[in-house]
Design a protein around this ligand. Structure first.
Ligand SMILES: *Cc1c(COP(=O)(O)O)cnc(C)c1O
Length: 374
């Protein structure tokens, strides 16, 4: 393995591929032979493997992680002016799907220690939305950088307020919360198989998880043009969102090595944390959670100087995210919690994501930490 490894990559997909290339080729060949490019047998096979891996009652694939959110919101029958509570520090897709359906993304602050939705801020936001005469409908915790949100607290708050929960797990597929896969919590959880996500295909892909048979049936219908029992029977307005057979075939092979990759990501994350100079804040994973480390993200008020130092030594780093959604021109018009978005709006000046993938090397991590220390 190490002979292929190129630890200096931000995300090293080549090393992974060289390990399983022949198996992937064989899988793709099989698809070319049977020629069922849409809804081929590999899609069903992969969905069954997803159920087995996650312990989720239902696992439904779709075209990408953004569609997974849209389809879920449609299954909740989200209407215009309904409110969805979303952490302001996230990727734009979380809020985009809500705005596109004519509903209102309502921005909530995050906790600095986890980058995830702050339950206290959520409580205040629900009070605020009601006070504004709006209709709170859904809470959307986003499990950022691979780490589950405070699901226990958030799900309790949602229940008390009669709100649906949709976990945007685009970055956190495979993560655990209290000894269960995080995607088995909430009314619905979604993920993405975009190539750079922890489990990625060679194109676009996504999946939706639920434990509720009625929601599963709705989701299955919505992703296929609102299909009914018969072909060309359309009982509701849907979308066209399918995982390609070839992508499913690739994902079957990638899922096979995924548990080992999660263990490696955790090993390398703990080496980063051990070697990091104590002037830099490292990510903290609560004891009852397992992160899949989509990113290893540090916090420092000297972020720009650190980034410069790394770059001079050819070590890549990325700023996820340079702006909070509340600071994005397209999203400034949407409401936010009255207690403010202090953390979400300061993190963009302080965060830095370092190379993270299962094919890193310990000496590389030590080297990177030494540069950060100087
Ligand atoms: C990547 C991502 C998405 C969207 O997934 P795509 O497959 O790219 O559509 C949604 N939410 C978050 C938090 C993401 O990181």
């Amino acid at each position: 393995m190490s002979e292929y490894s190129n630890p200096t990559q931000f995300i090293d997909l080549k090393s992974q591929q060289s390990q399983i290339r022949s198996k992937i080729n064989k899988r793709i060949s099989t698809v070319l032979d049977h020629g069922i490019y849409i809804m081929g047998p590999e899609v069903k096979e992969f969905e069954e493997l997803l159920q087995k891996f996650t312990g989720s009652k239902y696992a439904l694939t779709c075209a990408n992680g953004t569609d997974a959110l849209t389809i879920s919101m449609m299954a909740f029958d989200l209407k215009s002016n309904d409110v969805v509570f979303i952490p302001s520090f996230t990727y734009v897709a979380s809020a985009e799907t809500v705005a596109q359906l004519g509903a209102i993304p309502f921005f909530v602050d995050v906790k600095k220690s986890t980058f995830n939705m702050d339950p206290d801020s959520l409580k205040q936001a629900i009070i605020d939305a009601k006070g504004m005469g709006l209709n709170p409908k859904v809470v959307m915790p986003v499990d950022l950088f691979g780490q589950p949100s405070d699901l226990h607290e958030i799900l309790d708050i949602a229940k008390e307020n009669n709100l649906k929960t949709l976990i945007d797990g685009a970055q956190s597929f495979g993560s655990d919360y209290k000894n269960k896969k995080a995607c088995t919590y909430g009314d619905i959880a979604t993920t993405s198989f975009f190539p750079a996500k922890p489990l990625g295909c060679y194109g676009d892909g996504g999946a939706i998880f639920t434990q509720d048979p009625e929601l599963a049936e709705l989701i299955d219908s919505i992703r296929l043009h609102g299909k009914g029992q018969e072909k060309y029977d359309n009982v509701r307005i849907g979308v066209n969102s399918r995982l390609d057979t070839i992508q499913a075939a690739i994902l079957i092979e990638k899922l096979e090595i995924f548990p080992e990759e999660i263990a490696l990501r955790n090993k390398f994350a703990s080496i980063y944390t051990k070697c990091m100079p104590n002037t830099i804040e490292c990510p903290i994973i609560p004891k009852d959670s397992l992160s899949v480390w989509a990113q290893y993200t540090i916090i420092s008020e000297h972020r720009d100087a650190l980034r410069e130092k790394l770059s001079k030594k050819n070590i890549p780093s990325v700023i996820y995210y340079p702006k909070s959604l509340s600071q994005q021109d397209g999203y400034k018009k949407f409401p936010m919690v009255s207690s403010g978005l202090k953390i979400s709006e300061s993190l963009p000046n302080e965060v830095l994501s370092l190379p993270m993938h299962p094919y890193l090397r310990e000496d590389f991590i030590r080297h990177a930490c030494k540069i950060l220390e100087e």
